[in-house]
Design a protein around this ligand. Structure first.
Ligand code: ADP
Length: 326
């Protein structure tokens, strides 16, 4: 076992529900192992500005159920530059920090990877992102909550769509990844799910809507990931309205509600387990890895591998969507 005495934890990049549960797990596991635990405010920005403070067990009381992040998050331009990272290192050293846990997405991991290669501070990443677009883990902290928020909202939209026999085109988050769209679309019985990983054929969509119209299917839901290459919900709606002006077509963009709210049980469990494993990893001298859960086992993936590869969407899912919506 390598001796680690003072560890720091931060949340960086896009926020995700469950980050608080992960912070709590890191702090309390660290204290259990008699480490001094520090919180860094505003991600890498706080490392640069020195917003670093000691945390106790009670610092993380009553946060497991709260969305957002008590440590706040930010994007930090200076951290892309070597001088910025050096300044961050010097600030950590002032507190004697010899281990860092970064809760964030793939951008944050790229930063952590550079930082731990340049300086003698081991870094462990925890995948905190609603997009689930990180390789080396079956779960990311925040995805389950975000997708359940989307499902709840789409169910409500279906009610009003049904009342008026309307077509709704619903945009969910996912600039590079279609997981929220795919999962929420399947769970709400959407006819079409348009995702960045799969080329959108608008003619197919129109043909299918026309067939639905012929058999008097009244409610049609199309779920679009914001990063679909064809465009977001507005773009899809523009095409549909041009080609099928007789349909009563509406657009709803779910937006930031998907990032907020109390984390689901699953996200709390995943975050707690990963936070615990991160401290364990630091104590065991493991560095420069992301903690993941694969087949219900904790698995470590080197940070560079976690950011280079994305999770793949099994094409079988798209076949399922087609069959179940027919
Ligand atoms: P996320 O972690 O949610 O993907 P970002 O991509 O915005 O969010 O990354 C968060 C922060 O991580 C950035 O603002 C920056 O400070 C740092 N970062 C991202 N990519 C790099 C990089 N290539 N080199 C150094 N730091 C990076």
């Amino acid at each position: 076992m390598k001796k680690v005495n003072n560890i720091a934890v931060l949340t960086s990049g896009g926020d995700a529900p469950g980050m608080n549960a992960a912070i709590r797990a890191v702090v309390r596991t660290g204290i259990y192992h008699q480490l001094n635990v520090f919180g860094v405010m505003y991600g890498y920005k706080g490392m640069l500005t020195g917003e670093i403070f000691p945390m106790e067990s009670k610092s993380v009381a009553n946060i497991i159920q709260r969305g957002g992040t008590v440590l706040k998050t930010a994007r930090c331009k200076e951290f892309y530059e070597p001088e910025g990272r050096k300044k961050a290192y010097e600030n950590l050293k002032k507190f004697g920090i010899d281990g860092l846990v970064v809760i964030g997405g793939d951008g944050s991991f790229k930063g952590a990877q550079k930082f731990s290669q340049e300086f003698d501070i081991p870094c462990i990443g925890l995948p905190g992102t609603i997009d689930k677009d990180i390789a080396g883990t079956d779960f990311t902290i925040g995805f389950d909550t975000a997708v359940n928020t989307a499902v709840e909202a789409i169910d409500k939209i279906r009610d009003t769509a049904d009342a008026h026999d309307r077509l709704f085109i619903i945009e969910v988050m996912g600039r590079d990844a279609g997981y929220i769209a795919l999962h929420s679309g399947i769970a709400t019985g959407a006819e079409h799910i348009l995702i960045p990983e799969h080329k959108t054929n608008i003619d197919d969509v129109i043909d299918h809507l026309t067939a639905n119209e012929r058999r008097s299917k009244m409610v049609n839901l199309i779920v679009v990931a914001e990063g679909d290459e064809f465009g977001g919900a507005d773009e899809v709606a523009r095409h549909v309205k041009d080609r099928m002006p007789q349909l009563d077509t509406r657009v709803t963009v779910l937006g930031h509600i998907q990032r907020g709210g109390s984390p689901t049980c699953l996200d709390r469990l995943v975050a707690s387990r990963m936070g615990y494993a991160a401290v364990d990893a630091l104590l065991n001298g493991t560095t420069n890895v992301m903690v993941g859960i694969v087949n219900n086992e904790i698995q470590f993936t080197p940070l560079d591998k976690a950011v280079k590869a994305k999770q793949q969407i099994d094409p079988e899912w798209l076949k399922i969507v087609k069959i179940l919506a027919s």
